[in-house]
Design a protein around this ligand. Structure first.
Ligand SMILES: [Zn+2]
Ligand SMILES: [Zn+2]
Length: 475
């Protein structure tokens, strides 16, 4: 019988919590050869981890293949650094991500460039590195096998996190003249959502549920159940418009902007929101993504393609922006960035913060150190520092997590339940707290041989039968 312990994968996470996503998989074959595969290569976004962006804790030329799960910069933003440092292989992703990724990498380069100039620091990578990265992109359809070489097969499945987001199945085969080895099946959920407002998510097929498999699962909302969410956005917006307020809604460029537009359109259609109130959208990258949604270049269900509300305009000039800022008419302004620290939100938030008759409504997670977090945590009439100014907070500031693009704890458990033979579950992509809480829930509710928490402290050696051992790591 073949000695399976000579055939294994070391799965190691180079990120600690949510941002900077990068999973290094080192495959050892019984003949002594090795293959290294990266799943995502993102930027760290929290200030406390920013030093980690400057280097990669492995030799880039030694990476054989890269897979990108979706188009968020905390999953893609260090690909150009990887290429700069010598990676020359292909970067595999879905068709939709291949359409979207150029916008994200070019924009992220501009943001990094500006930051580096301000801090008088060297640039992480050049625009040439961005171009080289884009030339390595290799798009694939869902649910078709992709053989990376004779031994490694990938299959991509749909995921509601974003248009183009993937769940990745990696199947590793090996046989020599004497033995055929049991194949190793690994499933990476990426950032996962079971639904999306713009398309129906195809379920994972039964043949995948029947495989002996190890699953690397995200847990961003592993500590929260879906019934704990308060759906307050619609009511907050209606109440504010009834009072004739001016409303600013900071949004993420991709996904959240278009969801809010669709939601406002539905509110108009049901008569809850007056079509007389003008709606504006200010943010170059967000406008570009919105036009891609509208253009048929990515997969959007026909029923959602007509998502622009009535009385809606893009803000494309400074004169137009100034007129929006300076009149006191009731209006709704969607603007990027979602946490308020970048883009035109830096102009709108200070301007609206000092208006008593205004509502600033955030629509997602607000990381520490962001303008959004500062505004939500400060008392009314207190002084807040925003965009270099000291301002008295007079506007109402609210937030909601109802639009989250991540499945909640109970939905993550539902995802696992149909699998018939789980060898190991590795809990990934969450704060230390949510990973711990969720892993406990998995231990209690799911029949799996072993459960582990993926972070920077340990790598996990897996073979076809599950966990071989965990090994402490130092990066
Ligand atoms: Zn994401
Ligand atoms: Zn993520």
């Amino acid at each position: 019988m073949a000695n399976q312990n000579r055939f294994y994968v070391d799965v190691s996470s180079l990120h600690k919590e949510v941002t900077g996503s990068c999973i290094l998989n080192t495959i050892k074959f019984p003949n002594g050869s090795t293959k290294k595969i990266l799943i995502d290569c993102g930027l760290f976004q929290e200030r406390e981890y920013s030093e980690l962006n400057k280097s990669l804790p492995f030799i880039a030329e030694n990476i054989d293949y890269v897979i990108v799960t979706h188009n968020h910069v905390d999953h893609t933003g260090r690909l150009p650094l990887l290429v700069k440092q010598g990676f020359q292989g292909k970067i595999h992703m879905s068709y939709d991500t291949s359409v979207l990724i150029k916008n994200a990498l070019v924009d992220s380069y501009k943001v990094l460039h500006k930051k580096a100039e301000l801090a008088n620091e060297p640039l992480l990578y050049s625009d040439d590195d961005v171009d080289k990265t884009l030339s390595l992109v290799c798009p694939h359809p869902y649910e078709e096998s992709i053989w990376l070489d004779d031994n490694i097969k990938l299959t991509f499945f749909m995921n509601g996190h974003l248009p183009g987001a993937l769940i990745v199945l990696m199947q590793i085969h090996y046989q020599d003249s004497l033995h055929k080895y049991e194949k190793i099946n690994l499933l990476y959920t990426g950032d996962y959502n079971n639904k999306n407002m713009f398309f129906d998510v195809s379920p994972i097929p039964k043949w995948v549920h029947q495989l002996p498999i190890s699953i690397i699962q995200e847990s961003t909302y592993g500590a929260m159940n879906s019934d704990e969410i308060d759906y307050v956005f619609e009511k907050n917006i209606i109440d504010a418009t009834n009072l004739g307020k001016e409303i600013v809604i900071p949004v993420f460029s991709l996904g959240r902007s278009q969801e809010i537009m669709l939601m406002l359109k539905q509110m108009q259609n049901s008569g809850k929101l007056s079509k007389d109130i003008p709606i504006y959208f200010d943010g170059k990258l967000g406008i570009r993504y919105t036009k891609i949604y509208l253009s048929n270049q990515i997969f959007i269900d026909e029923k959602s393609i007509d998502f622009l509300p009535k009385n809606f305009s893009y803000v494309t000039s400074k004169t137009q922006r100034d007129s929006i800022l300076n009149n006191n008419q009731s209006k709704i302004v969607l603007t990027t960035s979602g946490m308020g620290s970048y883009g035109p939100a830096q102009v709108y938030l200070p301007a609206f913060l000092k208006k008593q008759n205004a509502l600033i409504h955030f629509t997602g997670y607000l990381a520490e150190d962001t303008l959004g977090r500062k505004l939500i945590e400060s008392e009314i009439n207190s002084v807040v520092e925003a965009s270099g100014l000291k301002l008295k907070k007079q506007a109402e500031v609210k937030t909601t997590c109802e639009f989250s693009a991540h499945a909640k704890s109970d939905e993550l458990i539902e995802f696992l339940k149909p699998f018939e033979d789980i060898k190991m579950i590795l809990i990934n992509h969450g704060t230390s707290e949510s990973k711990d809480i969720y892993s406990q829930k998995v231990v209690n509710e799911i029949d799996a041989k072993s459960v582990g928490v993926l972070g920077r402290d340990y790598l996990f050696r897996l073979n076809a039968f599950g966990l071989v051992k965990s090994i402490s790591t130092k990066f």
